[in-house]
Every structure is written in C-alpha cells, then in structure tokens.
Write a protein of this length. Structure first.
Ligand SMILES: [Zn+2]
Length: 286
C-alpha cells in the first residue's frame, strides 16, 4: 500500500505548475510530439469550432490546442519525474483550464494520454489522480526497461557522433550542477532525462516513445517504494556509461546499463508479491 496520501496543494503551487513545461521543452516534448502526430491528425477534434472561422484559422486553432495538450502532458510528466507531483495527487481539470487558458476538451485529451501511459488514473465522476503503481507493476516496468535499454545502448554506440557525445556530456554536467547546487527536483528529473537522451540518440522513435512512459512510471515507483526526493540514478554510472560509449564497447555498455537498472530496482521496498486472501483465510479467527 502506498505510504502517501494525496498531497494538499500548497499556496502558490499554481504559479509554479506551469514552469516545468517551459524549462524542459526538449527531450520529453520531442519524443511525445513525434509519437503524437498521427493521433492528433486523426482526431482533429480540438478547438476551432467557432462559426465564421476560415479554414486556415480553424486548422491553426486545432494545431494550437493540440500543442497545448502536449504541453500539459509534458508538464505533468516533468513534475512526476521531479517528484513534485507525488502518487495520489488529484489533478483538477478546472485548474488546468485556468493555468493554460484552454477548454476542458483539451485538458481531458492530455489527461487521457497520461492515463493511457499509466501516469494518471481517471476515476469515473471523481477526476484524475497521479497513479500509484503496484509492486507487480513496478517489477514489470523495470523488466521492460532492462529489455528496452539493453537494445538502446548498442544503437547509441552504432550511431555515435561527436555531437551526440557532446550532448551526453552536457547532460552529465547538468546533472552534476543540479546535485552540487542542491536542487533535488532538477537532479532527480535530469537523472531520468539522461536515459531519455540515450533513447533519442539511439535513433529509434518507437523505443524513445516507450521510454518516456517507462521513465515517468519509474519515477512514480521510486516515489512510492523508495523515498520521494531520492534520485533514481547514481551519477557515476552515467559517467562510466559515457566512457564505454566513447570506446565503442557495446558489450560493456549493455552490461553496465543492465546492472544500473538492477541496482535501482534492488533499492525498492517492494516486499513480497501482493496476494489476495481467500474469504476463508480473511475470516479465519474473526
Ligand atoms: Zn540512470
């Protein structure tokens, strides 16, 4: 069971809520946007329904609303990855409407996408909350991450360029700067983003899209089963990984990423798998 209760929103939270989207429009938005394009095109049901609009205006508004639902999606993912939105936090539609100045239709679209990626749970008539993954889900997410990241690392090495090495180095510097300055939220988020950057540099959009979901879900898992505010990743392993990538050591880099993910999973207090009691067991002695 989660040790967290839904967080009360402190005053001033609304003002801060929009920040992550503006601060990190790179990695997450890139991955989500790439994957979202066909869906938005097919849906075509966003804003732009005012009578008298020219076709061009209408399509402009549609694009605008689609972009906002991605911004909302990315802002929530960023806040989850920074442990600023703990599991169980209620996500009020009205607040999103006010913050982003959009219709409920647009907000619902973003929340549905988040629910589809298991970052948010939609409860009939009671709105959306940040998901609280079960121990079984936690194991499944880390098994999936090991499988996918084992595939990503050799691809990064095969596609490596001086520019991609430069980006990895910059990501490590940002992580280190956040750690030194004591900005834990940024440190936690940047640790996750390091893995998303590798997925991007692997040059496979499908793997990249999976990773946005898996890294966000991992952040929720750590908030529930380790401690909120604890970084997922040890920075030195990220540095070691860069050295192996630079040396073109596919085998070493694959082994290291696997070990790195096993270590993260091993720190979780997942307990024994949840088992439902039979009625006889539950009633015994009562
Ligand atoms: Zn890591």
């Amino acid at each position: 069971m989660s040790k967290h209760t839904p967080a009360e929103r402190p005053p001033g939270r609304r003002a801060r809520a929009a920040e992550p989207a503006a601060a990190n429009e790179g990695i997450i938005e890139g991955a989500v946007e790439m994957a979202a394009k066909p869906a938005n095109k097919a849906a075509g049901d966003t804003a732009g329904n005012a009578p008298g609009n020219t076709a061009a205006n209408a399509s402009g508004k549609k694009r605008g609303a689609a972009a906002v639902d991605l911004r909302i999606y990315s802002a929530v993912v960023n806040a989850v990855m920074s442990h600023k939105l703990p599991p169980g936090t209620r996500l009020g539609e009205a607040e999103f409407c006010e913050l982003y100045e959009v219709s409920r239709t647009t907000v619902r679209k973003a929340l549905q996408r988040l629910a589809h990626d298991h970052i948010v749970v939609l409860r009939p008539n009671r709105g959306a909350v940040v998901a609280s993954p079960s121990p079984q889900e936690a194991r499944d997410v880390f098994t999936a991450r090991r499988a996918i990241e084992r595939a990503i690392v050799p691809l990064v090495i095969r596609h490596v360029t001086p520019a991609s090495i430069g980006r990895i180095r910059a990501a490590l510097d940002a992580e280190e700067a956040a750690r030194r300055s004591g900005d834990r939220a940024a440190w936690i988020r940047l640790g996750g983003e390091f893995h998303l950057l590798l997925a991007e540099l692997a040059g496979n959009a499908v793997l990249q899209r999976f990773m946005v979901e898996l890294v966000s879900r991992s952040s929720l898992i750590i908030a529930v089963y380790e401690n909120p505010g604890v970084p997922m990743c040890g920075n030195h392993e990220h540095h070691d990984l860069l050295a192996l990538i630079e040396n073109g050591d596919e085998q070493g880099a694959t082994a290291l990423i696997e070990h790195h993910l096993e270590e993260i999973e091993a720190r979780l207090h997942l307990g024994t798998p949840e088992r439902k009691l039979s009625l006889a067991e539950a009633l015994a002695g009562c």
